[in-house]
Ligand binder design. Structure first.
Ligand SMILES: NC(=O)c1ccc[n+]([C@@H]2O[C@H](COP(=O)([O-])OP(=O)(O)OC[C@H]3O[C@@H](n4cnc5c(N)ncnc54)[C@H](OP(=O)(O)O)[C@@H]3O)[C@@H](O)[C@H]2O)c1
Length: 298
């Protein structure tokens, strides 16, 4: 099967390329090779490549910056998703697309099911939700997977920020009143391939919106503590900094984040037999990879 992967240089895109199963012909295009906001360029690539499936790993992910440049966030996260979806519909092929826990308000106290009401509190979440709606409207063969707190050895994320800060500080303050599921980019990539392999086998899928995030849920503070404990254990850090818990109010950011955005992943598990990742094990793998590749730590 010939699979077009957009945003191939991002955290998830990179892992999608790296974990492609044998027998998949993967054409990965980064933002230089294909700007998904350029409808003509999208049409040209589809005509040239004639993909049999698309994984859209491209997105505008700068949560705080999105508050200042909503047009750009919507162009990438909604309009471009519609271009891609329409191109997929014309070819009658599936589009696998990622979205975010930030579509939710974060004021629930039970895990959010995919059909729970979405009330994003920032531009990023709103633009991703708009993209979900546009894709569902134009492309019948879509699988949208909302995920959360993505980390990996490649690209920028919380794990790498913590490791960088630990180089120069022995005390850090980390938010302890936001709860979510850290999710490895490699786990997301593997899940996407499992979905596509089922499509390859059956020629059909239970199309719709699903959730996939790491378990168990934790706070950013607990995540930071786990990062440092594991990094010290494998010799990536000489000493763990003291991590002080602070409230969201003590760490103001331009975009409001959901306080509690735990995702109920059971429907994905039922539909595709893919279980949520244990983020502690995934973290161990990422830190081991970083320990073996000093250049990737920055
Ligand atoms: N990161 C998270 O914590 C998180 C949490 C929940 C959900 N998600 C979702 O998961 C998916 C993957 O996220 P990620 O963490 O892999 O993001 P990422 O590391 O920021 O990668 C996104 C990629 O998209 C590319 N891109 C941006 N605009 C583009 C355009 N117009 N055309 C083509 N490519 C473009 C970026 O390229 P440039 O760098 O060159 O702009 C980047 O390589 C996204 O849908 C995101 O919304 C992420």
């Amino acid at each position: 099967m010939k699979v077009l992967v957009t945003g191939s240089a991002g955290q998830v895109g990179y892992e999608v390329l790296r974990t492609a199963p044998l027998g998949m012909e993967v054409i990965g295009l980064d933002s230089q090779a294909l700007d998904i906001t350029d409808a003509d360029a999208v049409a040209k690539v589809f005509a040239e490549v004639m993909p049999q499936a698309v994984i859209n790993a491209a997105a505008y992910t700068a949560v705080d910056k999105a508050e200042a440049e909503p047009e750009r966030a919507y162009a990438v996260n909604q309009s471009a998703v519609a271009h891609l979806g329409l191109a997929c519909e014309r070819l009658g092929i599936p589009m696998l697309h990622l979205s975010t826990d930030y579509v939710f308000a974060g004021d629930a106290c039970a895990p959010y099911a995919p059909e729970a009401i979405c009330t994003p509190s920032g531009v990023y979440g709103a633009s991703k939700l708009a993209g979900e709606h546009s894709l569902a409207q134009v492309c019948s063969r879509h699988v949208i997977v909302r995920t959360s707190w993505v980390f990996g050895a490649h690209g920028q994320n919380f794990v790498k920020t913590m490791l960088r800060l630990a180089q120069t500080r022995n005390q850090l303050s980390v938010v302890a009143d936001q709860v979510g599921g850290p999710t490895s980019a490699a786990g997301i990539a593997t899940m996407l391939w499992q979905v596509l392999l089922q499509y390859q086998a059956r020629g059909d899928l239970p199309w719709g919106t699903y959730h996939f995030s790491g378990a168990p849920a934790c706070t950013w503070h607990a995540f930071a503590q786990a990062i440092f404990a594991q990094a010290v254990a494998i010799g990536l850090l000489a000493q763990a900094p003291v991590v002080s818990p602070i409230s969201t109010a003590e760490y103001p950011t331009p975009a409001r984040r959901p306080a509690w955005s735990v995702l109920d992943c059971s429907s994905l598990e039922q539909a595709f037999a893919v279980r949520p990742d244990d983020w502690q094990s995934a973290l161990k793998a990422v830190l081991s990879e970083l320990a073996g590749a000093p250049d990737a730590r920055g």
